[in-house]
Design a binder for this molecule. Structure first.
Ligand code: C5P
Length: 406
């Protein structure tokens, strides 16, 4: 679960061309379960309409210190008591200067002065304005007073000039907020590859062989790793789920396609979790035309798919984790797979329990580790919560290995 869940975040949008990117920030924050209150400066509203933010956030957008129909009390003072954090993105040179000097001449600058909560600014402006000594000294002042700054990046700016001044990416801003509010970042910067979902093996152009995997466990692992700061690549077979925000998402269909993508990405990874339910068999000779009902009943000949995981050890130093979905003798089979596939850990879950395994919201199981020979049981819980616990256990083992290596 994200540290942002249930938090009340104020997003201040000021008058930079990058204002349109703030829509994505609202979307990402909302996805974490945070409530988002958008507040815009007048120049902000010239860049993008408040109606867009109202629709995305599900709340009225605040723009005026003196609204036409004043409510009881003062909006900024009331807000000061309910907020958990403020993001200003994009932050213009103007709002940075006003914050540095305590100027309170509109709703946003007044709210910033009145609210004693963690603040995060994502500046965006022309590179000359950013480099200007006045801006740099204002930045130094607000930093010194505890405001977090996500430096703008180098690239093409609105004026088509190239330089430092582009607002950081929305996901980077949301990550920084999680960090600021104390979210666990134990995977920060780690490259993690996760596979998820079933594979589809074609019979003819319209039919396929597949299985009941929903992809939920793999997607939950990807979202949890992302939240904890990892650079996640998610390679997924066909599922009904939305790609996980902030991940490098690669969609595949067949086991062969999944193998190609996994092998291409594997050498660079630090952790690989194969949660995908790869079909063990494929049709030996798929038809190129749709098979007809008329004529003799076809007999489908199968051939084995490549075991993607088993062949990974020689091409990567990543910590390798597999999933074993078992019915009988789960423990024995999982331990055998741990050995035979040359893995560092394997998660045993069950195909024959009512509330766990394939296509369920919840799961349970046992995680076995090779090095420490530890086995950690996990009781029935949501796949999201389980994903975090599995990642914590893996991180502990990985740290143990890093320490031993010196
Ligand atoms: O052998 P079994 O299919 O039970 O192994 C399960 C583990 O191996 C899972 O982590 C799964 O993603 C992976 N696997 C694979 N390639 C296959 C079959 C399974 O990588 N062809």
């Amino acid at each position: 679960m994200s540290i942002l869940k249930g938090k009340n975040i104020l997003l201040g949008v000021t008058g930079s061309i990058a204002a349109y990117k703030a829509c994505e920030i609202v979307r990402l924050l909302t996805k974490t379960g945070a409530g988002v209150q958008v507040m815009m400066t007048h120049s902000g509203t010239r860049m993008i309409g408040p109606a867009t933010f109202a629709a995305l956030s599900g709340r009225d957008v605040l723009t005026d210190l003196f609204p036409k129909t004043p409510k009881a009390g003062l909006e900024h003072i009331h807000l000061a008591e309910t907020l958990d954090a403020i993001i200003v993105a994009p932050a213009t040179a103007n709002i940075i200067a006003k914050t540095a000097h305590g100027i309170a001449d509109d709703l946003l600058s007044t709210t910033l002065l009145a609210c004693d909560v963690p603040k995060l600014f994502a500046p965006a402006m022309n590179f000359r304005m950013w480099r200007n000594e006045a801006t740099q000294s204002n930045i130094a002042v607000i930093k010194q007073r505890g405001v977090s700054i996500i430096d703008p990046t180098h690239g093409q700016l609105a004026s088509l000039a190239v330089g430092e001044g582009r607002m950081a990416e929305p996901q980077t801003i949301v990550d920084a907020l999680q960090k600021l509010l104390g979210g666990k970042q134990d995977y920060y910067g780690k490259r993690v590859l996760i596979t998820a979902g079933p594979t589809r093996e074609p019979i003819d152009p319209v039919r396929f062989l597949s299985n009941r995997s929903s992809g939920k466990m793999g997607y939950a692992l990807a979202a949890a790793a992302r939240e904890r700061g990892a650079e996640v690549t998610l390679i997924s077979g066909p599922t009904a789920l939305e790609p996980v925000a902030g991940c490098d998402f690669i969609a595949v269909e067949t086991a062969e396609e999944m193998e190609k993508q996994v092998r291409e990405k594997a050498p660079d990874q630090e952790l690989i979790i194969m949660a995908a339910a790869v079909a063990d068999f494929r049709i030996a000779h798929p038809e190129t035309q749709k098979m007809k009902r008329e004529g003799s009943t076809p007999i489908l000949k199968l051939e084995p798919n490549p075991d993607i995981l088993r062949k990974l050890r020689p091409i990567t130093d990543a910590y390798l984790v597999g999933f074993a979905l078992e019915m009988e003798e789960g423990r024995k089979n999982a331990l055998q797979k741990l050995r035979e596939k040359n893995l560092d850990a394997i998660f045993l879950n069950y195909a024959d329990r009512a509330q766990s395994g394939f296509d369920k919201e919840t799961n349970e199981g046992i995680l076995f580790f090779k090095d420490s020979e530890k086995e950690i049981p996990f009781e029935l819980q949501s796949k999201n919560s389980l994903a975090h616990r599995i990642l914590t256990a893996i991180r502990n083992e990985m740290s143990g290995r890093e320490k031993r290596k010196g």
